[in-house]
Ligand binder design. Sequence first.
Ligand code: PEP
Ligand code: MN
Length: 327
Amino acid sequence: MSAMIVTVRQGGDPDRVRRALVERGLWAKRLEGAGRVQFVVAAHSAQVPADGLGDLPDVELVTTSASAHPLVDAMPEVLEVGPVRLGPGQVPVVFAGPCAVESEEQVRRLAASLAAMGVRFLRGGAFKPRTSPYEFQGKGQEALRWLKRAATENGMGLVTECMGVDERDDVAEHADLVQIGSRNMHNYALLKSVAKAGRPVFLKRGMAATVEEWLAAGEYCLLHGAPSVVFCERGIRSFDPSTRNLVDLGAVALLAHVHRVPVVVDPSHGTGRRDLVMPLARAAVAAGAHGVMVETHDDPGSALSDGPQAMLPDQLAALVRALGVSP
Ligand code: PEP
Ligand code: MN
């Protein structure tokens, strides 16, 4: 959101101006100095065109800063990515699959059952950003081939994560959407490199990133050659360990309804609990999300990563029906 300052005319009534701002949903902080009164409009205010405010009684001047992400602001609202259209007025897009690809057999079996229930995008990690270096790190390059084959056989798009510049070309060659993980949202060298590959980017929100930082990361991608960016809210860090992360649906509504950019929610990493994925997925779509990313596994007990949050295929089928996505 660009910053806005409203200056009260000499001799004007600051309280009248303040009331007019509040009526319009603006949070105004009063500043006084050198005989002038100004109101600084807080970022969490409603979006009101600056030229309308300039005409208010007792207002002398309204200044605004330029947007920090003009290319994001100018993106089309509906994107065509892989086999789907994503955006307002479209059927919500479900991105589903295992946290990590474990075998070719696993992704082929899962992709077939997902496609049968109407899921149009396969997800799966070949290169995994694990918090511990002792945990399963992903099957790497061969998993990209397995994913691609499984997606193609079932007429699905593919989203998979690129963790580093070394694997960029391989990932971009196989994926319809290149995922940037939460831990890498601030890795500007990687954003630039991935953008140059020319694929749309699936940009997860950094777990401690502000909305403006997230949008600015999207701007990096568009400036350096990505044709489009899908923003994915995956939960932010909070003080409360009751859920794995804190799903910020306010930010989702802001992106969908105010910034009007493509936004998806990942309730799997967002909550860390499979029993909360369905309600959060529905809440996400109600808040304006254009899709959901859901981790799915047909044997979560033996999953090599994130088993406790993985939905079983039957549970995913119920979610797909609840979101009104049919084959
Ligand atoms: C993932 O989607 O596989 C993943 C690692 O998510 P995040 O980057 O949001 O933690
Ligand atoms: Mn995961």
